[in-house]
Write a protein that binds this ligand. Structure first.
Ligand code: NDP
Length: 458
């Protein structure tokens, strides 16, 4: 057997790559990892973590206002974007160095620099060729922006976390996770936010009631949402503001200080030497892998967003762990991705697990829907006109709960727990038999009684 410098060489120090490297090293493999930006990847540096910190920051605006209903006199509050960004940067630097230290502590050789495949067992990194029995591509994704005139004036989620000032007026383009999350963040922090989405309702792919509910709550918060609308061109005005021509109901150009594109992400495969090494890619440029993360070249593997499947951090982590166990553990493991819960940190947030009503109808033919809209107890005194939505989708025949959806405060926290029950195959009777935890919003999930039965019309 030829001898290699390493048993595993990981390209990309994000969630998936770091997990694979550490587990492989823990299983006794000789491992190296290379990262060309900062350890931690999208999630830690310019994704989940800084986003959630900004969501917390934005929520204080409503918290100050709501406090008055509870007897507090709150003096006019001042917000400083530079202070928030400085605090966020400090936390991100702390986390990034923890990622690096954990790798070193796990006996992984940590490299800084871009790595490129030379062949099935060779990588070029920092001008030096190294060999490895296995190579893992875990380079994540990057924002996609359509090439419309003036797109160079727009920013993406890569830049928004480091703007020097909070823009006063912002146009957000797209209707997915990042678009609705940043609509809530920037609106909460005091910007005037317009979101334009080309389709009929935001968050395509989510349950339709969830989509409508969030849309209505966004409008109540003062966000302008233009549906069936897209950007035609962006022009820079002499005062450095931007003028955006749109299709749809907004017939005059919109004047804004920033345009944030959140129109999806694409796999990060450019300049990696994948084609030269003969690695097969899908039409979107994602690395094609089997259930065990192996590409068409048996020594080259991929996990996480670069594979263009479910672009979520915990999924990449699962895939990274499974791959390391497959390569260096006793038996091959494939990541079990049934019933992946997900959250949108919009305001209010969304938590969801399992099938949407439309998916369940197609797959099961006859389903029972239970849902409720209510005002959280907090808002009886705050006076805020915000409603929470909870919804359960049940297979009529087996009574198994197929999906749980919630829009409202704490819904990601609540849905994580329900995901366990749903993954275990809980029935509606199991939910009903569970004693409510009172007073909470979560208790609505075990007190739903009114049923609507839907049948698929073939
Ligand atoms: P999404 O895929 O969620 O949404 C992209 C949006 O952009 C869609 O509304 C899409 O419209 C629209 N769009 C795509 N192409 C164009 C175009 N050419 N012109 C106009 N609009 C366009 O992508 P995001 O960028 O929001 O996020 C990327 C991924 O990152 C998510 O899918 C998710 O997997 C992950 N993520 C997860 C988060 C979480 O877990 N909370 C938070 C942020 C990101 P249409 O629907 O019509 O295709």
């Amino acid at each position: 057997m030829p001898s290699y410098d390493y048993q595993l060489f990981v390209i990309g120090g994000g969630s998936g790559g770091v997990r694979a490297a550490r587990i492989a090293a823990g299983l006794g493999a000789r491992v190296a990892i290379a990262e060309n930006f900062r350890y931690g990847g999208t999630c830690v540096i310019r994704g989940c973590v800084p986003k959630k910190l900004l969501v917390y920051a934005a929520h204080f605006a409503e918290d100050f206002a709501d406090a008055q209903g509870f007897g507090w006199s709150v003096p006019p509050a001042q917000f400083s974007w530079p202070k928030l960004i400085e605090a966020k940067n400090k936390e991100i630097a702390r986390l990034s160095s923890i990622y690096e230290n954990n790798l070193t502590a796990s006996k992984v050789e940590v490299m800084h620099g871009a790595a490129r495949l030379v062949d099935a067992h060779t990588v070029l990194v920092n001008g030096k060729q190294v060999t490895a029995e296995h190579i893992l591509v875990a380079t994540g994704g990057t924002p996609f922006v359509p090439q419309i005139p003036g797109i160079e004036h727009a920013i993406t989620s890569n830049e928004v976390f480091d703007l020097p000032q909070l823009p006063k007026r912002v146009l957000i383009v797209g209707g997915g996770y990042i678009a609705v999350e940043f609509a809530g963040i920037l609106n909460g922090l005091g910007a005037q936010v317009t979101l334009c989405y080309r389709g009929e309702q935001v968050l395509r792919g989510f349950d339709d009631d969830v989509r409508t509910h969030l849309f209505e709550e966004m409008l109540k918060k003062g966000i302008t949402v233009l549906l069936h609308s897209d950007v035609v061109r962006i022009d820079k005005s002499s005062d450095s503001s931007l003028s955006v021509a749109l299709t749809g109901s907004q017939t005059t150009p919109l004047g804004v200080d920033a345009v944030l594109y959140a129109t999806g992400r694409v796999p990060n495969t450019l300049g990696l030497g994948l084609a030269e090494a003969g690695v097969a890619l899908d039409e979107a440029g994602g690395v094609t892998v089997d259930a065990f993360g192996q590409t068409n070249i048996s020594s080259i593997h991929a996990v996480g967003d670069v594979t263009n499947r479910i672009a979520l951090t915990p999924v990449a982590i699962r895939e990274g762990a499974a791959l390391a166990n497959t390569l260096f553990g006793p038996t091959p493991v494939s990541a079990d991705l049934t019933t992946v819960p997900s959250a949108v940190f919009s305001q209010p947030p969304i938590g969801t697990v399992g099938l949407t009503e439309a998916q369940a109808l197609v797959q099961y033919g006859e389903i029972d829907i239970y849902s409720s809209k209510f005002r959280n107890m907090r808002h009886t005194l705050s006076g805020r006109n915000e409603r929470t939505l909870v919804k359960l989708i049940v297979d009529s025949a087996s009574q198994r709960v197929l999906g749980a959806h919630m829009v409202g405060a704490d819904s990601p926290e609540i849905i994580q727990g329900l995901a366990i029950a749903i993954r275990m195959g809980a029935t509606k009777a199991d939910f009903d038999a569970t004693v409510a935890l009172h007073p909470s919003a979560a208790e609505e999930f075990v007190t739903l009684r009114d049923k609507v039965t839907r049948k698929r019309h073939d």
